[in-house]
Design a protein around this ligand. Structure first.
Ligand code: C5P
Length: 240
């Protein structure tokens, strides 16, 4: 089985991020670069990680007019990232443009297209916040609507919360890749995550990839923390 752990590099400097990457690359599946580290360290951060051979998930959550998003996706393909995110609420045309740019740019470069992942409703938004911006206050409904929109537009994957994974797994094609944050072991602090799943639970519900930040990066020994999670996953796989 491929390694499903994506480590969220939520650290402020390139030095701190690269130290983690060097320690963790042999034992995890990919690294997530978000807005903080990309804004401070730039595309060189992606290049450094790629030069170590590790896959990169560029989590910049693009949301703009289709032409602009297509160009940003093409630039990400040139950077050789393996996954990236767009907001599903950007609409069908924007989503199609993103997927098409990923496919076409990869074809031109002779590489595998990155997985373009749709983000549905940010977990920081509740019903009242959705209503405030003119949407239905039913968060679940909005998530399902955007998940269908994204997959109908051709996206091959979604980021979803632990709350949604089971329902989305049932309604989406089996090939849709589900990427889940909010992973904690039974004994770990939840930090600011309101609802968490263990790695085993998330995979059992149909997650393909697990985004894990603080439980690994803030551990005294990040590599040992990642290996412990892998061990738990392997034990659950062998007990099936
Ligand atoms: O430290 P922790 O494991 O909570 O980090 C989870 C990562 O996943 C962070 O980079 C966070 O921004 C991201 N994320 C999340 N919840 C979402 C979407 C993304 O925690 N709904």
């Amino acid at each position: 089985m491929r390694n499903p752990i994506i480590v969220a590099l939520d650290v402020p400097t390139a030095d701190a991020a690269l130290k983690l990457v060097e320690k963790l690359a042999p034992v995890v599946g990919a690294f997530k670069i978000g807005k903080e580290i990309f804004t401070s360290a730039g595309p060189d951060m992606v290049r450094s990680i790629r030069s170590l051979g590790a896959p990169v998930f560029l989590d910049l959550k693009f949301h703009d007019i289709p032409n602009t998003v297509a160009k940003a996706v093409a630039a990400a393909v040139h950077l050789d990232v393996q996954m990236l995110t767009v907001h599903a609420s950007g609409g069908t045309e924007m989503l199609k443009a993103a997927e098409q740019a990923a496919q076409e740019t990869a074809r031109k470069l002779g590489c595998t297209p990155p997985l373009v992942l749709g983000v549905t409703v940010l977990t920081s938004l509740d019903g009242a916040a959705l209503q405030e911006i003119g949407l239905s206050p039913d968060v679940g409904l909005q998530v399902r609507r955007l998940a269908s929109l994204a997959t109908n537009a051709g996206l091959r994957g979604l980021v979803c919360s632990p709350r949604e994974v089971s329902e989305l797994r049932q309604m989406l094609p089996a090939s849709t890749q589900l990427v889940i944050p909010g992973i904690r072991s039974q004994t770990a602090p939840a930090d600011d995550q309101k609802r968490t799943l263990t790695a085993r639970e998330a995979l059992a519900l149909g997650a393909n990839w697990l985004v894990i930040g603080r439980p690994i990066c803030a551990a005294e020994d990040p590599r040992a923390a990642a290996e412990q999670i892998l061990k738990e996953i392997a034990e659950s796989a062998s007990s099936l």
